[in-house]
Design a protein around this ligand. Structure first.
Ligand SMILES: O=C(O)C(=O)C[C@H](O)C(=O)CO
Ligand code: ZN
Length: 270
């Protein structure tokens, strides 16, 4: 498991493209036959990919966690970004179709992935909440933006204060309509939470130009399908694709209040 230390906004001026990509971008989470994990010290979020193409894969606890099993002190959100698959938690199978979600609470000992392509997000947890599955039809769809702004999209909230209960993890999926390319515009920061975006359903020949940094000192990262970008609490996070796409957004930190964010007007951005 790769471990990345936390960052500060005063590291951004003068940062090279390679430095930015090495700190904030997870380029290779999905590798056939593997579970790849990345531990970020930004709110101690672990992100990963499980691609069980040659048989089931079991989630183990890597050494940096110093725990007997992965969910001993953690909770986990899973979104299937591939074909239909199954996640089995302590012997109970949960079939997940494309874009469906499973929350696995602290204390679950065995998590097994079969078929599909599973994106994983985990945060530290102080209590156990029940494992729960949800499809797009169970999430609260919120239609935002419009064709005139090239940002006609639907936000599906899965794990949040009024949905699947968790200790601190908040997670959902946003789906852009064909012809819409902008996400999260106008953009925002949230000083009390780190957020990670995983872009998916982006055709291989296309890219998302993701903006990050302080609102008055932005940088861009050029991102391909199934790559994740870490957004520390001080950073904006928004992007423009050369095609439409979907993304999983997931947060951890001080609170679970989705609306607790600082909106940034486009005129304030540099
Ligand atoms: O399209 C959007 O706008 C989003 O999906 C925004 C994310 O949900 C987000 O950044 C929540 O803090
Ligand atoms: Zn956000």
């Amino acid at each position: 498991m790769e471990v990345r230390h936390a960052t500060a906004p005063d590291q951004i001026p003068g940062a090279t493209t390679d430095w930015l990509r090495g700190r904030f971008l997870a380029e290779q989470l999905f590798v056939s036959g593997e579970i790849r994990l990345l531990y970020s010290h930004e709110d101690r979020i672990v992100v990963g990919g499980a691609l069980p193409e040659d048989g089931p894969l079991t989630l183990h606890s890597p050494d940096p966690l110093r725990s007997e099993y992965f969910l001993e002190r953690r909770e986990l959100g899973v979104v299937n970004v591939g074909e239909a698959g199954v996640v089995t938690v302590d012997g109970t199978p949960y079939p997940l179709a494309h874009r469906e979600c499973l929350y696995v609470g602290r204390g679950a000992r065995e998590v097994l992935f079969e078929d599909g392509a599973f994106y994983l997000v985990s945060t530290p947890a102080h209590a156990g909440f029940p494992t729960a599955r949800a499809g797009l039809e169970d999430a609260e769809p919120v239609r935002l933006g419009g064709q005139e702004g090239s940002n006609d999209r639907t936000i599906y909230k899965y794990i949040h204060a009024k949905g699947i209960q968790s200790c601190q993890l908040v997670l959902g999926v946003t789906v852009l309509e064909p012809g819409s390319m902008w996400n999260t515009m106008p953009c925002h920061t949230h000083e009390r939470r780190t957020e990670v975006y995983l872009y998916f359903d982006l055709p291989a020949e296309h890219r998302v130009i993701h903006l990050m940094g302080r609102p008055d000192e932005t940088r861009n990262l050029v991102i391909a399908d199934r790559q994740a970008v870490i957004s520390p609490p001080w950073s904006v996070h928004c992007g423009f694709g050369t095609s439409n796409y979907s993304f999983v957004w997931a947060m951890g930190g001080e609170n679970q209040a989705f609306e607790d964010m600082e909106q940034v007007a486009i005129g304030e951005m540099r």
